[in-house]
Design a protein around this ligand. Structure first.
Ligand code: MSP
Length: 687
C-alpha cells in the first residue's frame, strides 16, 4: 500500500542576521512533528529555508561590505549548521535566490497580471524596512511601525498590486467550511475582526526603490515585493511550475501542505494573503496553518538591539541538542507565549532529564549488570504491578498520539514523563536489589524485564523530541530493529527476553544551578565567547556534547569539593530573589534519601577537607567523598547511621569517585552529620 504523505513547513527565515532560539523553536517543533509522522509510517516532506530578497538584506550586505550573494552564502551555511547541530531532519532547504524559485515566481507574476489579479498602480504610504511591511496613516502607532515600533519612511512609487479584496468572500467561506484551517482557533477571530472586517486592502507586490529581488519580466525596474516571493516558496520547493515530470509528480504528491507552522506575527500573511494567492493560481489551500506563540525574555521579545538574544548554538554546545529540544518543546504550551528563564532551563534539565529520565536509564542498566550478568531478564508470570506498567504504557501511547495530532508537544512530553516517573516508582517498589539478595531469581527476571520493556516504550516515545538519547538507549539496551518501531509500541512484550545491556554512562549530567545561572546571565548580556558567535561554527554535535558534559562535570567537581555550603546558600538567595523559594512535594520527591551505615573511613590524600567513606545501604556499599575532614576524625564516624542522597550523579573529587552525598547541618564554623537512630535498617527511605 502506498504511504500516506505528510507535508510540513516552517517559515523561511530572513538571513539578515544569525537566528536565535525563537527561530529554533519553530524549526524544532516542525522537526519533532516530522519525526513523529515518519515513525508512524508517513512519507514525510519537511521543508525549511531562507527568505533572501528585499531591502533589508541588501542593506545588511552593503553594511558588511559584501556582495549580497557572498553575504548570504555565509549566513546560510551558519543556519544549516545550526539545524544540523539541533538534529533538524529537513528534507529540503529552499533559498529564494535559487533558480527553481526565481524562475517560477517571475512566471506566475506574469500570469497573475495577465489574468487581472495583479494591476499596476501608485503606492503612497509608510514603509517599515525591518518588517518589510507597508502601513497606511491610520495603521501607524504614534507615527511608528505598529509591528515593531520603529521609524517608518514615507514612500511614493509605481507599484503592482494584488486585488485581494475580490477574494474575501471565498476566503471567509473557506474558513467556515474548514474550521481546522487556522489553529489555534482564537487566531481565526483575530484575522476576521482585525484584518478582514475593516476592509481588506489590496497588497503591494512590487517595488522600484531597490533591486535585490526577482525582476518582473514585463517591467524589470520592478522587483517582486517580498511576501509574494516568500510565500510561494512552499510550492516552488516541491516542484510547482517545473517542466520536469518527476518534479511535477512530486508537487502532485505533496501539495496541499498538511501543516504550515508560523509564529503568531505572520499568521496574517499565511491565512489571508497566502490562501488568496493560491486561489488565484487555482491551487488547493493548505490543510492547516498553526500560529504558535513567542518565546519571550523577561524584558519582552528577543531582539538584537535589546541585547537579550539567546544564541541556540551556544545552548547546544553547552547542554546538547536533546536537552535544548526538550526544553523548547516542554516549557511552553504550543500556541501560547512563554518566557525563557535560565532557572526554568536548568530546572528542566536537572529534574526532568538528569533525575527522572537519565537516572531511570542509568540505574536500570546498572541493575541489569549487577544482578543479571548484563541481560534484560526473562519474565515469569506478570504480577499486578507488572500488568499495571504494561497498561500505563498502552495508555501513554494513546495520550501521546492524541496530543501530537493536536500539536500539543508539551502535553505529549507531560504524558511521557508520567510514565518515566511511574517506572522509577515501580523499581523502588519492586526493589530488584532485595530480590537479588534473597535469591528470588524468577521474580527478579520479571521485574528486570518489565523495566527494560518500559524503557523500550519510553525510548521510542521520546524519539521525535530527543533523537540522540533515543538512539543511544536503543544501542545500550541492544533493542532489535523491529523493537524500535512505533508500531511495536502496541505490544508491551515486543521486547525479546535475554537481550544484552551495556552499563553505560548517565545520559544527562546534573547541573550546578548557581554556576549555570551565572553563565547564562553572562550569555544573555552578550558576553558569550565560544563558537556560538562565529560564523561557520563547525564540529560534530557528539563531540561538542561531550565537551559540554566535561565542562559541566569540571564545574561540578570543583564546586562540590570546595563550596558545597556556599553554593547551597547562593542557590537559596537566588531562588528567593526570583520568587521561587517554594517547591512542590513532587520536586522534593525527586531527591532519593536513604539510611546508610558508615563501614569504614579514610582521608583523601592531598585534600585537607575530604574524607572517603564506605557506606552500607542495605543492598550495596557505596563510596562517598565528603568535605567534612575538618570536623570529624575517620574513626569517629565508623558505625554511624547517616542520611545519604543516593540519586546524585557520580563525580570524581581529587581523583576519587564519589557516588552520593551525606547530609550534614552547618552554621558558623560548626558542622554535624545528620544521624539516624540505630534501629532503623540500612537502606530505609527518608522522606
Ligand atoms: N521571512 C519571513 C517569513 C516568510 S514565510 C513565507 C519572516 N522571517 S523571520 O526570520 O523574521 O522569522 C520569523 C519566524 O521566526 C516567526 O514566524 C517564528 O516562526 C520564528 N520566531 C522568531 N522569533 C520568535 C520568538 N521569539 N518566539 C517564537 N518564534 C519566533 O518572518
Amino acid at each position: 500500500m502506498e504511504k500516506q504523505t505528510f507535508y510540513i513547513t516552517t517559515p523561511i527565515y530572513y538571513p539578515n542576521d544569525k537566528l536565535h532560539i525563537g527561530h529554533a523553536y519553530t524549526t524544532v517543533a516542525a522537526d519533532a512533528m516530522a519525526r513523529y509522522k515518519r515513525l508512524r509510517g508517513y512519507d514525510v516532506m519537511f521543508l525549511t529555508g531562507t527568505d533572501e530578497h528585499g531591502q533589508k538584506i541588501q542593506n545588511r550586505a552593503h553594511e558588511a561590505g559584501k556582495e549580497p550573494m557572498i553575504f548570504l552564502d555565509e549566513i546560510i551555511e551558519w543556519i544549516q549548521n545550526l539545524w544540523h547541530q539541533l538534529d533538524v531532519s529537513y528534507d529540503d532547504f529552499i533559498r529564494t535566490t535559487e533558480q527553481r524559485h526565481t524562475r517560477v515566481v517571475a512566471e506566475l507574476f506574469e500570469r497573475l497580471v495577465d489574468q487581472g489579479d495583479i494591476y499596476l498602480g501608485d503606492y503612497e504610504g509608510w514603509y517599515c524596512t525591518p518588517c518589510e511591511s507597508f502601513w497606511t496613516e491610520r495603521e501607524l502607532r504614534d507615527g511608528k511601525c505598529p509591528e515593531c515600533g520603529r521609524d517608518v519612511q514615507y514612500v511614493k512609487e509605481d507599484s503592482y498590486f494584488f486585488r485581494m479584496s475580490q477574494y474575501v468572500d471565498r476566503l471567509l467561506a473557506y474558513y467556515e467550511e474548514h474550521p481546522e484551517f487556522i489553529q489555534p482557533e482564537s487566531r481565526k477571530n483575530e484575522m476576521i475582526n482585525n484584518f478582514i472586517k475593516p476592509g481588506l486592502l489590496d497588497l503591494c507586490v512590487s517595488r522600484t526603490s531597490f533591486d535585490w529581488g526577482i525582476h518582473v519580466p514585463r517591467s524589470p525596474e520592478h522587483v517582486v515585493y517580498v511576501w509574494l516571493d516568500a510565500l510561494t516558496n512552499y510550492i516552488t520547493a516541491i516542484g510547482y511550475g517545473s517542466d520536469d515530470p518527476g518534479l511535477q509528480a512530486k508537487f502532485a504528491r505533496y501539495w496541499p501542505a498538511d501543516v504550515q507552522l508560523v509564529g503568531k506575527e505572520i499568521v496574517r500573511f499565511h491565512t489571508i494573503y497566502w490562501p488568496i494567492i493560491l486561489m488565484a493560481l487555482g491551487l488547493p489551500l493548505p490543510k492547516k496553518v498553526f500560529g504558535h506563540g513567542w518565546f519571550l525574555m523577561k524584558d519582552g521579545k528577543m531582539s538584537k538591539s535589546k541585547g537579550n538574544v539567546i544564541d541556540p548554538f551556544w545552548l547546544v554546545e553547552r547542554y546538547g541538542s536533546d536537552a535544548v529540544r526538550y526544553f523548547l518543546l516542554r516549557e511552553v504550551p504550543f500556541g501560547q507565549d512563554g518566557v525563557f528563564t535560565p532557572e526554568g532551563l536548568v530546572e528542566r534539565l536537572n529534574y526532568d532529564l538528569a533525575n527522572d529520565f537519565g537516572n531511570l536509564i542509568h540505574r536500570s542498566a546498572a541493575m541489569m549488570n549487577r544482578f543479571n550478568e548484563g541481560t534484560v531478564g526473562k519474565p515469569g508470570t506478570f504480577a499486578v504491578a507488572d500488568e499495571a506498567m504494561a497498561s500505563l504504557s498502552a495508555q501513554t501511547l494513546q495520550e501521546v498520539e492524541q496530543h501530537m495530532d493536536e500539536m500539543q508537544f508539551s502535553m505529549a512530553l507531560v504524558d511521557i514523563w508520567k510514565l518515566v516517573r511511574q517506572v522509577n516508582k515501580y523499581i523502588d517498589d519492586a526493589a530488584p536489589w532485595t530480590l537479588a539478595k534473597v535469591g528470588n531469581r524468577e521474580r527478579l527476571g520479571t521485574v528486570l524485564y518489565v523495566m527494560a520493556a518500559s524503557i523500550r516504550v519510553v525510548s521510542i516515545l521520546v524519539a521525535p523530541f530527543m533523537p540522540k538519547a533515543s538512539a543511544a538507549i536503543y544501542k545500550q539496551f541492544d533493542f532489535a530493529l523491529e523493537e524500535q518501531t512505533w508500531q511495536s509500541l502496541g505490544n508491551f512484550r515486543a521486547l525479546h527476553a535475554g537481550g544484552r545491556v551495556a552499563a553505560g554512562t548517565p545520559l544527562f549530567p546534573r547541573l550546578d544551578m548557581a554556576a549555570e545561572l551565572e553563565i547564562l546571565a553572562n550569555l544573555a548580556a552578550g558576553a558569550q565567547g565560544s563558537n556560538a558567535n562565529k560564523m561557520n561554527a563547525g564540529g560534530a554535535g557528539a563531540v561538542q556534547q561531550t565537551e559540554a558534559v566535561q565542562q559541566t562535570e569540571a564545574v561540578q567537581q570543583t564546586e562540590a569539593a570546595q563550596q558545597t555550603e556556599k553554593v547551597q546558600q547562593t542557590v537559596a538567595v537566588q531562588q528567593t530573589v526570583e520568587g521561587q523559594e517554594q517547591i512542590g512535594i513532587d520536586v522534593f520527591g525527586q531527591v532519593v534519601l536513604r539510611v546508610g551505615q558508615v563501614r569504614s573511613v579514610e582521608k583523601v590524600e592531598k585534600a585537607d577537607k575530604l574524607l572517603k567513606l564506605q557506606i552500607d545501604l542495605g543492598t550495596e556499599v557505596r563510596q562517598v567523598v565528603s568535605g567534612i575532614a575538618q570536623y570529624y576524625t575517620p574513626e569517629s564516624l565508623v558505625g554511624q547511621k547517616v542520611v545519604v542522597v543516593t540519586n546524585l550523579k557520580p563525580v570524581r573529587l581529587r581523583g576519587v569517585d564519589s557516588n552520593g552525598m551525606i547530609l550534614a547541618a552547618s552554621q558558623e564554623g560548626m558542622l554535624k552529620v545528620v544521624t539516624v537512630p540505630e534501629d532503623m535498617p540500612n537502606g530505609a527511605v527518608v522522606k
